[in-house]
Design a binder for this molecule. Structure first.
Ligand code: SF4
Length: 117
């Protein structure tokens, strides 16, 4: 039985390095999926606690809009009838131009709301 120390050659070193990179990438990917699964929403959806969402007062549920902070809010204003909402009004989630095409809730609202023509 040999007691030589492990000394990888150049090829072995490159192979080990590539395995390490793939492993780290997979671990990070699993983390993203775990985070999305934990929150119950895919990462592409806008979250209420994001800086831009907070600035615009975005809520997934328009009934929860801070009416003191956004006095122009009207109960019939919803993402689904906003000109920036790019999905059918019956779709529960859809892309919003204000949030770079990321999804917002059809029943949501933010202060950038503009009546769909
Ligand atoms: Fe909803 Fe319109 Fe605000 Fe986008 S811009 S989050 S569709 S209210």
């Amino acid at each position: 039985m040999s007691h030589e120390s492990f000394r990888p050659g150049r090829r072995q070193w490159l192979k080990l390095s590539s395995i390490a990179v793939v492993t780290v990438a997979a671990a990070r990917s699993d983390g993203a999926f775990a985070q999305a699964a934990k929150s119950g929403t895919p990462a592409k959806r806008v979250e209420e606690n994001e800086p831009q969402a907070q600035q615009l007062g975005y809520k997934h549920d328009a009934a929860k809009v801070d009416k003191a902070k956004f006095p122009k809010f009207q109960a019939d204003q919803l993402c689904s009838n906003c000109s920036f909402y790019k999905a059918k009004a019956t779709d529960p989630w859809g892309p919003c131009d204000i949030f770079a095409g990321r999804e917002v809730a059809a029943k949501g609202w933010c202060s950038a709301w503009v009546k769909k023509a």
